[in-house]
Ligand binder design. Sequence first.
Ligand code: HEM
Ligand SMILES: [Cu+2]
Length: 649
Amino acid sequence: MTPAEPALAAASTAGAPSAAEDAKVRQTLERTWRNPPGLWGWITSVDHKSIALRYIITALAFFLAAGIQAALMRLQLARPDGHVLSPDRYNQFFTTHGSTMMFLFAVPVMEAMGLFLVPLMIGTRNVAFPRLNAYGYWTYLIGGLFIYVYLFANNGPDAGWFAYVPLSGPEFSPSKRVDVWAQMITFTEIAAIVGAVELIVTAFKQRAPGMSLDRVPLFVWAMVITAFMVLFAMPVVASASMMLAMDRLVHTRFFDVTMGGDAIFWQHLYWFFGHPEVYITFIPGLGIISSIVATFSRRPVFGYTAVVLSMISVAFLSFGLWVHHMFATPLPQLGQTFFTAASAMIAIPTGIQLFCWIATLWSGRPRLEVPLLYVLGFFVIFVLGGMTGLVLASVPADLQVTDTYFVPGHIHYVMLGGMVFPLLGGFHYWFPKATGRLLHEGWARVQFWLLVIGVNVTFFPFFLLALKGMPRRVYTYPAESGWGGLSLVATLGAGLIALSILVFLGNVLWSLRRGRVAAADPWGGETLEWATDSPAPPYNFARLPVVRGRSALWDAGPVHEVTTGLSDHRREVLLTTMLDAVPDVRHTQPSPTVAPLLLALATGVTLVPGIYTAWAFVFGPALAFLALLVWAWPRGAGRAPPEVVEVPR
Ligand code: HEM
Ligand SMILES: [Cu+2]
């Protein structure tokens, strides 16, 4: 930023402009903020909504790909001695399915919800670093396509989603499969960190005047907390994956026990990330639930401070639990006890939030619309999953069920209940803000019930199979094992889940064209995203709103207050102070550019050949340097340089 100059214009509040004036302002803003037309516009966009929607669609595509693998695995396991998949394919599929769901679906889709909604909820026009945001998306896309190209070439990773050494090391996995996995981790972690930086800076520096920290919507809090977790967790796994790749490519010995390396060290690094990872996908879900609960019980969530503090304590605690994934390794007794206690403790802040939501619903006038249905589904399925987590957190029980079907049973209850249900609730809730139309309610209800039934019919038998001794990650089983009946039930359940997802996709496609047209605020919402049109225009708000209370829309007075003084002709955003959101400076944002795509391609040209030759780390960065030149090149003589103007307090 350049040093602040004396004020040119003040951000002040005024009454609503006349209709004619308003239309003219909107026209100018539209020209300033819209994406350029056509394919070029698509490639160069730096708009947070376009990029977030792209993220969401891409993540859903990966969800479908992983779902198809899941369906094939379930078909293979439907009967004893199945012949749908070879053992090798099965290994590739459970690894790619698990890795896709966690790295290419759950984390990116939740961050994308934040990238779409946070600027709208805090009343600003874009995220803080728009080009970096685009770079994050392209990097994620390349990393995801990379692993799928290899999977199609029958070279998908096959060492499980946590790639334990020594199995994943050079000795026992000599082909390129694990390198593909390790590099995919690096790609997606770069993207996740980029997204986190966007969310934190945007939420702390670009809130609308008046939105002091104690008025920040709970969803935004959830995304900020998640982003901080990403900043602490992702560098650890990205370093671990690079160490693994180096062990494999250039014969470092980080994890090689025979040469003084340490195999358990891999597990520590992986789970120091891996446990918080689960919460990185739940906490945004908690934010979504808070938004839905408030709107559909028509009152603010009970215990705002308690909810924020419990999300923060969940985040903190989740970094102190990772060893509960390693109870089957040699650990001192005291350590085991500590991690058991810490694991059980996380139930406390989670419980507090559940009670706050129940109190809100209890004291409000709940309307049982589809988004709220998903919240109720979350209550039931997530709580069941959480209780099976208590079993895994206690050492003697864990030693009995570790590496049995109990663990996939637990994973799927918590992930589907804690992440997929809130996400689907959020999709139904915010679909009008993204598209201008509502999803069809009847089909949405059909989808919901298919999913609730399907999830239980699929995954409850997993616990029973575990009690009958079925180990996880087996591609088949003999008829004498007695697992055939329950396995068949699980496969039929997976069919119901698939049907539910098909209904959802059909509903989306139908509603995009034929759905009921949505007004700006179809649900009577509490937060600022409902103050602007549906779908949100490229500039988000014609005049930035002013916030007078914790519930921005419900607490607004009879006079519609807005902020004036931002240029309509430049991509200006208003920066406000961190605690009180007092207008501080006006900052001009960059216009659309192809540089982020170029930099992401350079990243690809580093990391993909990097699994074959270390020279990639020489020529790749050279290309990245060229891309950065494009990025930083001063653009056109007539163009105003980014400008920062201080606003008088
Ligand atoms: C949509 C329905 C789903 C079905 C039918 C399904 C099915 C399966 C199956 C059959 C396995 C392999 C079990 C084994 O052989 O040990 C598996 C593993 C796994 N799934 Fe899913 N799954 C689904 C959704 C999800 C979701 C939404 C997530 C996370 C967001 C997820 C995460 C995982 C993970 C992490 C593993 C472990 C992979 C490993 O052992 O390395 N799954 N799933
Ligand atoms: Cu854990």
